[in-house]
Design a protein around this ligand. Structure first.
Ligand SMILES: Cc1ncc(COP(=O)(O)O)c(C=O)c1O
Length: 394
């Protein structure tokens, strides 16, 4: 490997949320934080160098989001994921969640229904409720081996004329699925039949593990392209969440104009000059680094898998196809949700996301972010192993 993921720079001193919020979230600073979805892995040099180079120019006034940056992303999306966007389809956004909120505002009215597929990244359902839209919950199905799938019959039975929008998480956080073409086509068919717009959050698209292949919803067909708003970004892939830069692709002009009305009202503006250059450099230079990052992440996942296999009655690891977020089924431990959290905080001294925060279906589960250096992953494993052994009376 030409990039090393053995160790990483300490983040305690850099105001990293993962660390600063420990006391508030876990009631103690004495936890190794493996919660919020960024990486305890250094942001790659080709991003840092682009920012340093930009700083050689001493004026940091307003700047347009560069066309060259959108083109770099468009080329990446075409080459890596086989979807074609044009520059005029693209909007800058400081946050995928903000884009999702603008979409809810633009494509539904108060009291109308928005579909979310739980368990899911919490802003999906919070955003719907905060806009006073009705949450149409279409929970995912879970098979005996822990694999999740869409519940198409449930979805069909719940949709009515008030249903306007579907928020798709693809790949899915936290269940780690890369949706197959046939699965997405079933969703598409339903949305076409009922005139439902699809907001496809594809922020994790670059983090799928072979042989799983991410299929952009907009790439399914011309009809799919016409009803899809895709959110994309460098935040997860290149550990650039602190840049606050992402994008939205809307090929259909009618949808684009409608979105643009809300977008202008809110004043998304053009983002930071550092975000511009970092974004462009990531897409232009990131392929080799990303390839090696995924090998590293896979290795960390396997370490966790090995540990879970040694304690099968306590932990079942959900099979992962994408993301660096492990969805741990802890129901075998027979603990209530609060006790489960306490076990991780007090016994293992680890700060994970409680499954319940992803919806009721997450009860008994915990989400562990394994995007850390190998040194830190070994520490996570050691601490969890010790706590599990103690619990098992070994
Ligand atoms: C599915 C999903 N969408 C959006 C986000 C957040 O994106 P942003 O920071 O650009 O709002 C996350 C972060 O964890 C995520 O997992």
């Amino acid at each position: 490997m030409s990039f090393s993921f053995l160790d990483s720079s300490p983040r305690e001193e850099s105001n990293a949320e993962k660390y600063t919020l420990r006391e508030r979230l876990f009631g103690t600073e004495d936890v190794l934080p493996v919660w919020v979805a960024d990486m305890d892995i250094d942001t790659p040099d080709f991003v840092i160098d682009a920012v340093k180079k930009r700083l050689e120019h001493p004026v940091l006034g307003y700047e347009d989001f560069p066309k060259s940056a959108f083109l770099a992303q468009i080329q990446w999306m075409q080459k890596e994921h086989g979807v074609v966007f044009d520059v005029e389809d693209m909007f800058y956004s400081h946050s995928v969640v903000a884009s999702m909120n603008a979409v809810i505002e633009a494509f539904s009215e108060r009291g109308e229904k928005v579909i979310v597929q739980t368990p899911v990244y919490p802003p999906f359902f919070h955003s719907v409720s905060e806009h006073k839209r009705e949450l149409l919950k279409n929970p995912l199905k879970r098979s005996a081996c822990g694999k999740y799938s869409f519940d198409i019959e449930d979805l069909k039975s719940k949709i009515d004329e008030k249903t306007k929008l579907l928020l798709l998480c693809s790949p899915h956080n936290p269940v780690g699925r890369v949706w197959r073409k046939e699965e997405l086509e079933e969703i598409l068919q339903i949305c076409l039949e009922h005139n439902i717009v699809v907001f496809s959050d594809e922020i994790h698209c670059d983090l799928s593990y072979a042989p799983n292949k991410h299929i952009p919803f907009a790439s399914l067909s011309d009809k799919a392209r016409d009803i899809t708003i895709t959110a994309l970004g460098v935040g997860k892939t290149f550990n650039m969440a602190g840049f606050a830069v992402s994008s939205v692709a809307i090929p259909n002009k009618e949808l684009r104009d409608k979105f643009a009305e809300v977008y202008k009202k809110i004043h998304f503006a053009q983002g930071s000059v550092f975000g511009h250059v970092g974004f462009e450099s990531a897409y232009k230079n990131g392929r080799a680094w990303l390839g090696e990052l995924k090998v590293h992440l896979r290795g960390n996942y396997e370490m966790l898998q090995e540990l879970c296999q040694r304690f099968p009655h306590a932990l079942q690891l959900t099979p992962i196809e994408a993301t660096y977020l492990a969805w741990l089924d802890c129901r075998g431990m027979g603990l209530k949700d609060k006790e489960l959290r306490d076990f991780f905080v007090k016994e293992a001294k680890l700060g994970l996301n409680a499954g319940l925060s992803f919806g009721r279906e997450g009860s008994g589960f915990m989400r562990l972010n394994f995007a850390v250096s190998r040194v830190k992953m070994s520490q996570v494993i050691r601490q969890l192993e010790k706590a599990l052994e103690k619990r098992a009376g070994k």
